[in-house]
Design a protein around this ligand. Sequence first.
Ligand SMILES: [Zn+2]
Length: 344
Amino acid sequence: MPFDPERYSRQVRFTPLGAAGQERLAAACVAVVGCGALGSVVAMTLVRAGIGRMRIIDRDVPEASNLPRQFLFDEADVAARLPKAVAAARHLERINGACAIEPIVADLTAVNVTRMLSGVDLLVDGTDNFEARFLVNEFACREGIPWVHGGAIGAEGRVLSVLPGTTACLRCLIPEAPAPGALPTCDTAGVLGPAALVVGAVEAAEAIKILAGQHERVGNRLLVCDLWDNLWRSVDLAPLAVRGCPTCREGDFPWLEGRAGTQATVLCGRDAVQVAPTAGAALELGALATRMAGVGTVVANPWIVRVTVEEGIELAVFADGRTIVSGTRDEARARALVARYVGN
Ligand SMILES: [Zn+2]
């Protein structure tokens, strides 16, 4: 695959990449799953680096509260209410016209994951929830496709590169996905732009190494950083291999097969969608109510926590893990709201 030698001269002069590595980038296809804070940085960095093709999958539209950390978008995108995948593609095409960008406006689920993610050389995590990450992890392990996981919350970040069959996978690191509502999210705990920039940049660097064929540069490690406390460390994951892994070692794929995850249902005769965990879950409502207090006025009892998160949108979270999102009949939007405010 030819590339413009002048445009990429400074990357080619970096000898560990060289012309051979640049050629591999130009021939590569990457899927960026989720184009918010992390996805923006990764997509922009890889398109600038001369990737050949990129698929961008996102279910959301840009909002003003995204702009401090979602670096691809601007006020005109917020005003236009274009889906993030489409707005991102327009910006990226202006950055590099030689890169073929395929925007997909969709909610990644067990039903569509194979169609969405097939035919790429690498998957990059730009999502904000564990449900999507476990789906991507299982798809990557089943198909033998490398993927790069990243996460940022507050001023903290973490990055894990997964080379199926060689390094630890996400389930090696997190054997049981957290129950819905068990952890803070960026929308309840906040997040700083620099944390997204750092995590997105590290994800992009990992992607470039993998696509250039230099898997030995990736290692079997989890990077953890905290920009507020100036903490940087990298954790060796080789010891995890001792305890085995149902997914990457034994081929167990509960998320791909719909045995784990959530299901969204429009409630008959109501302007509401129910998002329920497939397997059921016991939820600690008291802690959730405390985390939600910064979002809006919380009304809580031992069975339900209610909070109005946006104008006209109320979430009612039940102790069995279900959430009823009132004010929409759009399943993808309801799932996005639950991922943002409850966490799944
Ligand atoms: Zn594993």
